[in-house]
Design a protein around this ligand. Sequence first.
Ligand code: SF4
Length: 313
Amino acid sequence: MRQFPKPRVVVSACLNLKPVRYNGQEVRDEFVLKLLPYCEVVEVCPEIAIGLGVPREKIIVYKRDHAFGLSQPATGLELTERMESFSEKFLSGLSEVDGFILKSKSPSCGVSNTKVYKDPEGREFYSKGKGLFAMRVLEKFEDIPVEDEGRLRDKQLRTHFLTRLFSIADLRESFKRIEKVKDLMDFHQRYKYLLMAYSQAKLKTLGRLTAQAREENLRETLEEYKKVFLEALKRKPSVGQHTNAILHIFGHLSRNFKPSEREHFLKLVGDYKKGAVERKLLVEFLKSYAYRFENQYLLTQTYLQPYPEELEL
Ligand code: SF4
């Protein structure tokens, strides 16, 4: 059974943590509630941090002269500078963060669906966008997953988020312990099929980096490896990319199968490509056979278990 490191995640304080919303409430979210015990949580409420109380009048984001600002229409308070300076200080002080889960629709934390107005008084609606704090998070942490609880209700986005989160935490923890080239090779081997699903080109680059690593340039190689690894995990794989990785894994096992079993599996792959079955079914099938044939190489592949299975909703 795979042991998972605890990802270090920055979470909006109102998401199942504290009743700090403008109306004195918190937000219950089933997935976030389930995930929090598996993480090391850094909580943040930017609006409290800039001196607003609970409860408080609503604040809004506006866009004027190509720049975004933050204001509290009911009191006429202009909050842009306070939020910009808090964001800069807080985000610069963070170290070893693997991801963010922020509150959707919020003028501060929203990664999506935040109402943006044309004026600080909130008279005229401009468009849907992001909160001011979230904008700065996305600018500063473009290599790690930043999502809000609203977007994470989408199963595919959630799977992608969890895969990135636990892989990045694993890289962070594993790299602290790497002392020899062989340790890097072991790490790379575990991620072969996950990287294959995410990006064949990056898998190749990382394979070359690993092959060229020497004890004397190990630290530089790890830095370069980390950069490419984070880049590789940015884009959600397509069904075709997953199918390719699945068929490669199947290749390790297929000689143990009877022709009828092989045929059955390939039919399931066809069904997956048509959207008739979920990828999880194929992964569980491969995992069961890897156990049955005691294929240790496959059993260590993170592709077969990228994050704790209790987090599947
Ligand atoms: S959305 Fe962000 S700023 Fe608003 S209450 Fe939650 S943590 Fe605080």
